[in-house]
Design a binder for this molecule. Structure first.
Ligand SMILES: CC(C)(COP(=O)(O)OP(=O)(O)OC[C@H]1O[C@@H](n2cnc3c(N)ncnc32)[C@H](O)[C@@H]1OP(=O)(O)O)[C@@H](O)C(=O)NCCC(=O)NCCS
Length: 183
């Protein structure tokens, strides 16, 4: 089975047993605030999502792959990271991340994104990894900057989102920048 590993976490595809935890943290309105789904996020939706994910192969171009963050100690699912190798973009990847509220503020998100980005650059030879955040989503900005991402620019009111216009702040990290940070 595909699995990445960081000091405290395993990153691995979501499984049927994750349904209750996945539905629970996606149902938190604070977690969903800047994300594409609405709340509540039911167990039926979680089950359907995880079933669809089972058809995605790690490294497959043009598909989002969600990797659960599993605590090595205790086996709890505490969040997920996701990546999408953009079709016809010559080795560029968009990423996203979500962490259940009780597990925020302890560096798990930074640890998971660092390992995901390492995998993308060092094992898949990706050229550029990027992420899109709401300008008000400060914890996400801080996380990305801790990993080494640069702020690239802001598209103003460029996204119709949950009944209003949202702006998009873009962050990116290049393979050569990653190598300079991790010689
Ligand atoms: C984005 C998100 C994952 C960030 O979570 P987070 O807990 O702030 O990030 P981390 O897990 O990396 O923890 C970092 C925080 O823990 C602190 N910390 C404590 N122990 C730490 C350790 N061992 N290593 C690193 N940081 C540690 C850091 O100082 C930092 O706090 P600060 O940002 O106030 O300085 C979280 O806010 C979230 O899930 N939001 C909802 C979903 C979302 O909006 N996703 C982003 C879409 S772009």
């Amino acid at each position: 089975m595909f699995r990445l590993e960081s000091p405290r976490l395993y990153l691995r595809p979501l499984e049927s047993q994750d349904v209750p935890a996945f539905a629970a943290y996606r149902s938190d309105p604070e977690i969903a605030r800047y994300q594409g789904w609405g709340t509540p996020f039911t167990e039926e939706q979680a089950e359907e999502f995880i079933e669809q994910q089972k058809a995605v192969t790690p490294g497959e171009i043009g598909q989002w792959l969600q990797l659960g963050m599993e605590l090595k100690e205790g086996g709890q699912l505490i969040g997920d990271v996701a990546f999408h190798i953009i079709k016809d973009s010559h080795r560029q990847v968009e990423i996203g991340m979500t962490l259940s509220a009780p597990y925020q503020g302890q560096g798990y998100g930074t640890e998971a994104v660092t390992e995901l980005v390492r995998y993308l650059f060092e094992e898949l030879s990706i050229h550029r990894v990027f992420a899109n955040c709401d300008p008000d989503n400060l914890p996400a900005h801080r996380l990305l900057e801790r990993v080494g991402f640069r702020r690239e620019g802001c598209f103003v009111e460029s996204l119709w989102y949950k009944g209003g216009w949202a702006s998009e702040l873009w962050f990116a990290l290049l393979e050569r920048e990653w190598k300079a940070l991790h010689p």
